[in-house]
Design a protein around this ligand. Structure first.
Ligand code: NAD
Length: 423
């Protein structure tokens, strides 16, 4: 840092600023710099609003050279629409490399996001990521059937792995991924974005703090209307199934993380509109019930043939919380209904609004933090495996038309790592 003692102003270089947010070459008075944490990476501002009002915390981005380097594998819709733009909102991650089978697309995207040509890979040169120390995390955003192979290869290349949901197409594949990362001493996280999202975290808090009373019923629906084409989501070998592993997994997962419990009995049934070409190989609709040890019952639906519907409600003996939409990328709305604390004659239904930063930025920052501090992620491979164990049981139940028993682990959050920091 350069200092000009005659003016009492100091100049901070790009690396010392908030990841460039304050801008390169910004001049700050010495007193302001001291208030800003003396260049130690922590910026403080005096409050603007009264203490009765909500004020968002300032971002605390790491300098670029301290961020964790990511390679994004697969440049499809999720990567282009959500993940690559989300890097601008991360505080601990840096986009370093891209992996794609389409060289032209990779070059175009690389130009858009400032990725160097030397850091472009295809599926054959993928293993040479091992020689690139700038890449610490490989984020797998490929069709579901490819998650296991690309996780195992990434672990062998000495990289930590963030893998999209569903973790894979079978319990056996999930176990291979866990084993490969364990053998390589690398972290593995499943990209369950909503377990890092403030409304879902608040609902978890309400459920766990007993503010809802005893948990009784959970209901959730997550579905959408699929395009009439032969995309990989309609091929069983690539997708593993239809609506259930793709979008139904959000209902299943929410029932588990809101309660912290694991189901001991599950039953499911599925149905596809006859003659609809989209559903020759995979199911359109799946309805399922999960029974938990405390007595909580979850009733969920998922579909691939109806207008977007993404909602949940958790009903306790004293209150309920609902989210609608619950599973979207943004615009989540949360309501809480209970006896009014002010008027014993009234029932209050209140809406709670929480900060809505990119869910993908939050999830990536959590993993970067785990990599930097050698900590187990909140949603490690074991969490993805448990969802897959239940999905397999649900398909068995639908095929055999009978409920399936599952083992209870005997403690809450049995498959999760430490909770993410609240921000
Ligand atoms: P997509 O079809 O848009 O992208 C898939 C990418 O994989 C494409 O770039 C495609 O070229 C590439 N690919 C490589 N080999 C392929 C093959 N044999 N067949 C088809 N494509 C191949 O899919 P997407 O929507 O980006 O989904 C990718 C993954 O992300 C899936 O696992 C999906 O479940 C997950 N996803 C998660 C969320 C979320 O909210 N967390 C949202 C959407 C998708």
């Amino acid at each position: 840092m350069k200092r000009d003692d005659t003016t009492g102003w100091t100049r901070r270089g790009l690396l010392g600023t908030a990841g460039g947010v304050l801008g390169a070459g910004l001049w700050l008075p010495r007193a302001a710099l001291a208030a800003a944490g003396g260049g130690k990476g922590e910026v403080k501002l005096p409050p603007m609003k009264a203490s009765t009002e909500v004020e968002s915390p300032l971002p605390e981005p790491l300098a670029p050279d301290q961020r964790v380097g990511f390679a994004i594998v697969g440049l499809g819709r999720l990567s282009l629409e959500e993940l690559l733009p989300a890097f601008a909102q991360t505080e601990k991650c840096r986009l370093v490399a891209l992996v794609s089978g389409d060289k032209d697309k990779a070059r175009t995207v690389a130009r858009q996001y400032g990725v160097l040509e030397k850091n472009l890979y295809d599926y054959k040169s993928y293993d040479t990521l091992a020689d690139n120390p700038e890449v610490q995390v490989v984020y797998i955003v490929l069709p579901n059937s490819m998650h296991a192979e690309y996780t195992v290869r990434a672990a062998k290349a000495g990289k930590h792995v963030l893998c999209e949901k569903p973790m894979a197409n079978s319990v056996a594949e999930c176990q291979q991924m866990i084993d490969a990362c364990r053998a390589a001493k690398k972290q593995l996280m499943v990209a369950y974005r909503l377990q890092y999202e403030p409304h879902h975290r608040a609902a978890i808090q309400l459920a766990r703090s007993k503010k809802l009373g005893a948990l009784k019923l959970f209901s959730a629906d997550n579905g959408q209307n699929q395009a009439p084409d032969a995309q990989w989501r309609h091929k069983k070998a690539l997708a593993g199934g239809g609506a259930l592993p793709d979008v139904g997994i959000y209902c299943l997962s929410a029932a588990r993380y809101l309660s912290g419990e694991e189901p001991v009995e599950v039953s499911g049934s599925m149905f596809s509109t006859p003659g609809d070409a989209r559903f020759k190989e995979v199911e359109e609709n799946f309805l399922f019930t999960l029974r938990f040890p405390s007595g909580l019952i979850a009733q969920c639906t998922t579909g691939y043939g109806h207008h977007d519907s993404r909602r949940l409600r958790l009903m306790g003996s004293e209150a309920w919380v609902d989210l609608d939409p619950a599973f979207s990328y943004s615009g989540l709305r949360m309501r809480l209904s209970r006896k009014s604390p002010e008027d014993p004659r009234a029932s209050d239904t209140t809406e709670r609004s929480l900060p809505q930063k990119s869910q993908f930025a939050r999830e990536m920052d959590h993993f970067a933090d785990c990599v930097k501090n050698d900590r187990t992620p909140h949603t490690p491979g074991e969490e993805g495996l448990q969802d897959m164990r239940i999905i397999e049981a649900l398909y068995r139940s639908a095929a055999e038309r009978t409920p399936q028993k599952l083992e209870a682990p005997g403690k809450l959050d049995a498959f999760r790592g430490p909770a993410p920091a609240a921000r």
